[in-house]
Design a protein around this ligand. Structure first.
Ligand code: NAP
Length: 280
């Protein structure tokens, strides 16, 4: 495993396991499998409704809490100082832990400045070892960095070979924010796993298309959190530290970039209505 060092000195595994769209019933088994095959970072969120399954799996894993890196995210419905504060304590209860390693604002909507103040307080109280944001496009990220006491340490944004986020990455580097990805396989969209370029580059190194895609992001200093409910794929996705893409491979994969989301844009009013409309 390789680690990145966040702006506050905290070390974060560069590869973790994401549990989006993993049901609460299945999640405990998945996280236990992930930890048993060597994952040490788990990415969940209040809105995934599986924090308690993650907490149960961690408790049953036999791995000391200090060796694990747990991330959760505050959902829009819990936006604003008071609600965020209460929700942080509920997340810790769900996760059966006194602290999370990384606490993120899930989306740049609702009163996220109020949310941030509650997170700064949680950070100072030792309830979060690091704090950050998710889905903050460069304009929102710069604004937040300019006006808060403690700057975000991480920004988790959609990043994969078809949406490589070069400009956003530069802004994160400029503001000392670690770039973390979501959707490293674009959730399989655009025939991701059979993409001829990825298959070919993977084959050249005795690896799969998935492994080539993860390796590309790792070599661009991005933290990755692939999701799979299958143990053999969990093993495969973790087995990416014994080879390196060369300049030719990197250039070939860079050319796959389409420079836009395969999911949605936060600049699109319809998307903002859709996401904020999830809060009832
Ligand atoms: P993803 O990791 O890009 O793709 C997951 C899909 O790829 C699943 O269908 C999985 O199938 C399949 N897969 C995984 N490994 C494979 C392999 N080696 N070969 C073939 N197929 C493979 O999608 P994601 O879950 O959306 O993203 C990863 C994590 O990012 C999430 O779990 C979550 O923690 C985080 N995330 C955050 C946000 C946010 O707004 N902050 C949004 C989305 C995701 P099986 O499960 O059937 O194996």
């Amino acid at each position: 495993m390789e680690y990145v060092t966040l702006s506050n000195g905290v070390k974060m595994p560069q590869l973790g396991y994401g549990v989006y769209q993993v049901s609460n019933e299945e999640c405990e088994r998945c996280v236990r499998d992930a930890i048993s095959v060597g994952y040490r970072a788990i990415d969940t969120a209040q809105s995934y409704h599986n924090e308690d399954a993650v907490g149960a799996a961690v408790a049953a894993s036999g791995v000391p809490r200090s060796e694990l890196f747990l991330t959760t995210k505050i959902w829009i419905a819990n936006g604003g100082y008071e609600k965020a504060k209460t929700s942080i304590d509920q997340s810790l209860k769900n996760l059966r832990s006194d602290y999370v390693d990384l606490l993120l604002i899930h989306q740049p909507f609702n009163d996220y400045y109020g949310t941030w103040r509650a997170m700064e307080e949680a950070y100072k109280a030792g309830k979060a070892r690091a704090i950050g944001v998710s889905n903050f496009y460069p304009d929102r990220l710069i604004d937040l960095c300019r006006f808060v006491e403690i700057k975000p340490m991480v920004n988790q944004v959609e990043t994969h070979v078809f949406n490589q986020q070069h400009q956003a990455h530069e802004i994160m580097v400029k503001y000392g924010v670690q770039h973390e990805n979501w959707g490293p396989f674009a959730e399989g969209r655009k025939d991701f796993f059979t993409n001829p370029m990825l298959v070919e580059i993977g084959r050249k190194h005795g690896k799969s298309s998935a492994q080539a895609a993860l390796r590309y992001l790792l070599q661009r200093d991005v933290v990755v959190i692939p999701k799979s409910t299958h143990k053999e794929r969990m093993i495969q996705n973790l087995d990416v530290f014994d080879f390196a893409l060369d300049d030719q491979d990197m250039a070939a994969i860079e050319a796959l970039d389409e420079g836009q989301s395969l999911f949605f844009s936060h600049y699109d009013p319809a998307t903002v209505e859709m996401i904020t409309g999830l809060v009832r």
